[in-house]
Ligand binder design. Structure first.
Ligand code: GLU
Length: 493
């Protein structure tokens, strides 16, 4: 059987990184088996439909380099790939199922169902419409043919007929075998009153018709698996393989990672921005290769301690054995660390192509961009750090008061005058010469470097000082040294 997998998001808003992780694991699964990666848009729930969401999903996949082989944008032999465009297919299949006796029409009003539900709840039970009580309701099993034909003029739904007293057994590649008694299941609605299929029905029909060989999705769908198996069986179809991926958990405490967690602690949970106020990883200065690498670590490892992978490496290393059962905890600091590693490993010219890099370098002349990135690259955790790392280029002010305090009594003026003298002599300042001078004259190296850094940068952090000095050039460096001398003369004396 050919490897064919699908990523099947519902366009109900931006794609959560949990969804993107599902897409990634699907994508990686196909790459090893030289299979097909399909994007299927599950848009049958019109109430939850959000415009722009499909485009967002497509863009997020493309940003990460996971271009679907088949999907709404680029088509394919198994389309259409939007469920809203497949209504005729579902209609045809639900009719087949009714013919086979696997499904039936149900005509019960909302009032009747609500009453039955309330009664069950009063008795401390969960209401289930199924084998034990379906004959007491109004449906094509309890009515005769004539009554049924008449009732079909009104509103109705179509339900799956779940037989009692059977055990449903399904295998999940990660979780193992799942067994459920049919008595625990109800006659789920497959087709709604508006003629739209429910998620469960459309999902199974499409997975079958699109020849999906392995269904890879989030763990939240595991409870639906027995129901899906029953739908496959009702049609007489073989099931594909199933793989339910571990949840992505909040950084601490219980529960799934949510947008609210991100809003509260200032980190993104979406790959791209959604509206003006919700930046995504991309806008927060992440490289797509870091996004992918970090997502891969959320629930998978290659059996070693290695945590850094390129997409190509992931494609060849990914295997089901490496997927963990337990939830994967989201860790923004770790994501930033991965991003930092990727930034330092990426060629500067390549970095300059990224939109976030261009935006953060906008205040600097284009011909200096490569030099500037080279200067601070090792210090960046996100590309947005570029801005703060480079503020000293424009000005070293205000001077860090604490550093001024530290320099008291260490004769910074003498040090700065010496640096000035050296710089005037040769624009390429020699670190060795300065050190030698400090040693000979009993000047602590710390005080030398701190005075110099304060003059050029205004604080003690930043990239290599001698590189900064070269970048600023002789005149600007001299001016900054003079400024600090003047400032100290005014302030410390
Ligand atoms: N439309 C479902 C979702 O958005 C897909 C679940 C599945 O992959 O079967 O989660």
């Amino acid at each position: 059987m050919k490897t064919r997998v699908r990523f099947a998001p519902s366009p109900t808003g931006p794609l959560h990184i949990g969804g993107l992780r599902t897409a990634l694991f699907n994508y990686l699964y196909t790459k090893k088996g030289k299979g097909t990666f399909i994007l299927r848009v599950e848009d049958t729930d019109q109430n939850r439909y959000v415009a722009d969401s499909e485009e967002y999903i497509q863009e997020a996949l493309e940003w990460c380099g996971m271009v679907p082989d088949e999907g709404p944008k680029n088509g394919g032999a198994f389309g259409p790939y939007r469920q809203s465009e497949r209504k005729a297919i579902y209609k045809d299949h639900i009719e087949q199922l009714i013919q086979k006796g696997g499904a039936y029409y149900a005509f019960d009003s909302n009032e009747v169902l609500t009453e039955a539900r309330t009664k069950a709840e009063k008795e401390g039970q969960t209401f289930k419409y199924g084998a034990h009580n379906r004959m007491a309701f109004k449906n094509s099993l309890s009515l005769n043919e004539e009554e049924t034909i008449k009732a079909l003029n009104d509103n109705y739904v179509i339900r799956l007929k779940v037989n009692s007293g059977e055990t449903v057994t399904v295998h999940d590649e990660i979780r193992g075998t799942v067994r459920v008694e049919t008595a625990e299941l109800d006659d789920k609605i497959l087709m709604k009153g508006d003629g739209m299929p429910t998620y469960h029905f459309a999902n199974v029909v499409d997975d079958y018709l699109m020849k999906i060989s392995c269904v890879i999705r989030g763990e939240e769908w595991l409870p639906s698996l027995p129901l899906h198996k029953l739908i496959y069986s009702a049609f007489g179809w073989d099931t594909p393989k199933f793989m339910h991926l571990p949840l992505i958990l909040k950084p601490s405490g219980k529960g799934k990672l949510s947008k609210r967690d991100g809003d509260k602690d200032g980190y993104p949970v979406f790959p791209l921005s959604w509206g003006k106020d919700t930046p995504g990883f991309r806008e927060m200065g992440f490289l797509p290769q870091a996004m992918i690498n970090y997502l891969a670590l959320l629930g998978w490892n290659d059996g070693t301690e290695n945590e850094l992978f390129t997409l190509r490496e992931l494609e060849s290393k990914f295997s089901v054995d490496g997927v963990q059962k337990g939830g994967a905890r989201f860790d923004y600091e770790k994501a930033k660390w991965v991003n930092h590693q990727k930034i330092t490993q990426t060629d500067t010219q390549e970095l300059l192509e990224f939109k976030s890099v261009k935006e953060n370098l906008m205040d600097h002349p284009t011909e200096k961009h490569a030099l500037l990135v080279d200067l601070v690259k090792e210090r960046l955790y996100t590309m947005n750090d570029l801005k703060s790392e480079l503020t000293f280029i424009h000005s070293p002010f205000p001077y860090d008061e604490k550093v001024l305090e530290k320099l008291k009594g260490k004769d910074p003026i003498r040090i700065l005058s010496k640096i000035k003298e050296e710089l005037e002599r040769s624009p390429r300042l020699s670190k060795e010469d300065l050190m030698a001078w400090a040693k000979e004259n009993g000047v602590p190296v710390g005080a030398l470097m701190q005075s110099f850094r304060l003059a050029l940068v205004g604080k003690l952090t930043g990239p290599d000082l001698f590189q900064i000095c070269n970048l600023l050039g002789k005149d600007l460096s001299l001016m900054r040294i003079n400024n600090l001398i003047e400032f100290i003369n005014l302030k410390l004396t």
